[in-house]
Design a protein around this ligand. Structure first.
Ligand code: GDP
Ligand code: GDP
Length: 456
């Protein structure tokens, strides 16, 4: 049944100044999707989305790799980089074609060879370099054929990305035919809209209560856990039912099963969290009410909005906070997570099982909103009523003219407005329309995208 395929992860590795961030920007450039900079959490590591043909993948810039570091922050960076390598499906190891190989490169190469990870060796800054002898020296690293590229100019970059993905996609195809997974089901559209099962990711930083909640949710139910094929690491899907609703929980927590109970065994993983959020239809973001709202909570919330997933926020451990703390955490929430205004916020205690029912109801409602069918006549009526109530502002001699609206997608719902001179519509007016559509269609719990298409 494993119809969840996590996007493959490509990690960029190399010493500082070889061009990793330049390559990162080129691979992820002009992607509307997800480009997040999680500073603080992982010290300037970047996560973005690249695409080869139809196939999206996640790119991780591992930042400075310091394999010989011995202390403090450098050790932590080395550890994080090692984690990124372990969690990636393929590594692009970048070296500098102008400077040649140095001791750091040798050390990184040694670690990569030892890791057993799939590695592509890219020699950067080779624009205008005609001398192939310069390239030959890189064979010495023992990582196969060097791929000459210029991250700055783009030469060879597309081919490199294709090659990185080709091997992975071939692997996946082989796995899919080995297991009994129906390959069509595996590709069944973004978010599996036709499926009645709600794909739910429970996200949050360590210790907010994710595994406690999962055990509470599934404890009373028949539980089936699947190890998902399709990546080098196994991920877990857990199915459970409530009433006539079927849910598939997608693991973000690094859960492992011990007997009947799930527990978190791994450290927090940004990559897993990202992959699970993207693979879900609805995300339940858990926050520890005892701790208030941290930067890390805000970062995870930022990912969720960038992916456009439906969202419910749970303030957990409500049993353990007094009235004063409750008011404080609510104020913090309003201040730091204002951008989540579309999402419902509920209090719960995963430990005591309090408030769990309402949370699931909110998840159902968010899912329904994310997949709502918005009819063209009603959209257009709503649009016309909104315009009548408040005209879009003039820009110069132009008054934007809105003609009709139709739905362009789901999860999140996209509303496309057609008309003339719509380029001139300011963002404040777009937000006004968004609010009107939200009210008219009762779309709570999902982001909503309102887009304009001018005929001239
Ligand atoms: P990082 O530290 O590995 O992330 O490296 P950066 O991406 O910051 O690049 C380091 C320097 O190399 C910058 O000055 C870039 O402009 C330069 N650089 C990156 N790619 C190329 C390239 O393809 N050709 C040349 N000539 N310079 C490059
Ligand atoms: P995870 O790392 O997000 O999976 O968090 P865990 O589920 O392992 O929970 C971390 C700690 O918080 C454990 O000691 C739990 O018993 C505790 N905890 C989880 N939910 C609640 C709750 O609703 N109330 C209280 N008081 N403690 C909780």
């Amino acid at each position: 049944m494993a119809d969840t395929r996590f996007k493959p992860v490509v990690a960029l590795v190399g010493r500082t100044n070889v061009g990793k961030s330049t390559l990162f920007n080129r691979l992820t450039r002009s992607r509307a999707a997800l480009v997040a900079n999680i500073s603080g959490l992982t010290r300037d590591r970047h996560y973005g989305e690249g695409r080869v043909g139809e196939h999206p993948y996640i790119v991780v810039d591992t930042g400075g790799f310091e394999p010989v570091a011995t202390r403090g922050i450098l050790v932590e960076m080395a550890r994080q980089t090692a984690q990124a390598i372990a969690e990636s499906d393929v590594v692009i190891f970048l070296v500098d074609g102008r400077e040649g190989i140095n001791a750091h490169d040798h050390e990184i190469a040694r670690l990569l060879r030892k890791s057993g990870q799939r590695v592509l060796l890219a020699v950067n800054k080779t624009e205008g370099m005609r001398n192939h002898a310069d390239l030959a020296q890189f064979h010495e690293l023992g990582l196969g054929e060097p791929h000459p590229i210029s991250a700055a100019h783009g030469d060879g970059v597309a081919t490199l990305a294709e090659e990185a993905l080709a091997a992975l996609l071939a692997d996946r195809a082989a796995q899919a035919s080995e297991s009994s997974v129906d390959p069509d089901a595996a590709d069944a559209g973004e978010g599996g809209a036709h499926d009645h099962r709600i794909k739910l990711a429970i996200a949050g930083r360590p210790n907010v209560g994710k595994s406690t909640l999962i055990n509470t949710l599934v404890g009373e139910d028949r539980v089936i856990a699947y190890d998902l094929p399709g990546t080098t690491r196994d991920a877990i899907e857990i199915e459970f039912e409530r009433g006539d609703r079927r849910y598939t929980l997608i693991d973000t927590a690094g859960l492992r099963r011990r007997g009947k109970v799930f527990e978190t065994v791994e450290k927090f993983s940004v990559i897993k969290t990202l992959q699970a959020i993207e693979a879900a239809n609805v995300v339940l973001l858990l926050i520890d009410a005892q701790e208030g709202i941290s930067d890390q909570d805000a970062h995870i919330a930022g990912f969720i909005t960038e992916t456009g997933r439906a969202l419910v926020v749970g303030l957990n451990k409500w049993d353990a906070v007094n009235q004063e703390q409750r008011e404080w955490v609510q104020r913090e929430y309003d201040r730091k997570l204002r951008f989540l205004s579309f999402a419902r916020v509920l209090n719960l205690s995963a430990l005591k099982g309090q408030g769990v029912g309402p949370v699931l109801k909110a998840v159902d409602a968010a899912h329904a909103a994310a997949f709502a069918k918005l009819s063209t006549p009603k959209l257009t009526r709503t649009l016309m009523a909104a315009v009548e109530q408040q005209q879009p502002p003039r820009k110069g001699i132009f008054r934007p003219k809105m003609r009709y609206a139709h739905q362009g997608g789901q999860n999140p719902p996209r509303i496309i407005i057609h008309g003339n001179a719509l380029d001139a519509v300011p963002d404040s007016y777009r937000r006004y329309l968004e609010g009107q559509f939200r009210d008219a269609f009762k779309l709570a719990g999902t982001p909503l995208s309102v887009e304009f298409k001018s005929s001239h």
